[in-house]
Design a protein around this ligand. Sequence first.
Ligand SMILES: [Zn+2]
Length: 371
Amino acid sequence: MRKSPARLMILIYFIVITAGIISCEKMGESELNQEIMPFVKGVYGNPGTLLEAGYRFDDLGMNAIFVRSISLNESLYETARLQNVQVFVEFPTLLGRNYVENHPEAWPIDETGEKSPPADWFMGVCPTDPGFWDYREKQLRDILDKYDVDGIFLDYVHWHAQFETPDPILPETCFCERCTSLFSEDTGVQVLGAGIPEKADWILVNANSEWRGWRSRVLNKWVSGMKEIVREMRPDALLGIFYCSWYPDDHDGALFKTLGIDVEAFIEMADVLSPMLFHKMKERRPSWVGEYTGWLGDLISASHENQPLVWPIVQAHDNPGIVTPDEFRQVMLKGIQAPSTGIMMFSDRSLLDNPEKIEVMMELYLEKPED
Ligand SMILES: [Zn+2]
């Protein structure tokens, strides 16, 4: 099996960057990146559909696929390798409708003590459920055992909620007995109240900031735990995170408050950050794609030791609304600007539904030099 070069390339990248700061001051950052490691040009989803439709990844200018775990198979993996295309696998960390239906103890509980209903199509899992951790760990190990992937991209690393919409669904969870007990144990906060509604009310009134911080740390443990498994089994593979690209103040701070996402903590742990810059779903202008990646780049370079790469995922998908080929071009152009060192688009289906979008992607990917 082929050894993945991705992590080695990152090491070389930082060594050369450090040396290059002195000798290449006049060279722009993006030029420098391109000199050292290939700019990643990918498609997210089930990219095998492009092969079935008669395309080749390399002819489309792609050098990477970001394939959902359920769509990964040997034939796709082997074809990608033959076309010199890197294979990154999306891993649906805390998504689990079927799981919670079969394991009610893992269903997120809201502040009234009831099972929190599905948030549109999304159904999250209580992240403290040990059975669910075991279930996901086994899945991750199976993938890593079978395939020498270039990276695992954690998806749905957030508490139960729906953010891929202009009107987010933001329930308060999870107040199951396990979560409130662990919260007490981990923080030393003694939660008062007889039943779940009373305890939830007490927490939200008396220990709100401790609660939010604890919830975030629970997610971070998922990331660090999954990263350990990746490092152990495939030391050369990258650990990426897909995450909600709200700014910290958007929606009254719901990124941290409700989803539990602390971007600075993700920066400390990830090799690659892939903000989900779905402009149409979130009713943003195409220019927001560039603004957000610039903001993230500043956050990474200003205050952290770990320097994850930034590979945004942009939207070509038509639902809700229509993303025209020209609009798709605009978000791609914004998404490939520095500090990005890679990009992917969502998704293969939207390309096949509108061949003009294939033309847009192909033109940009073939124009963009790899090194
Ligand atoms: Zn819980």
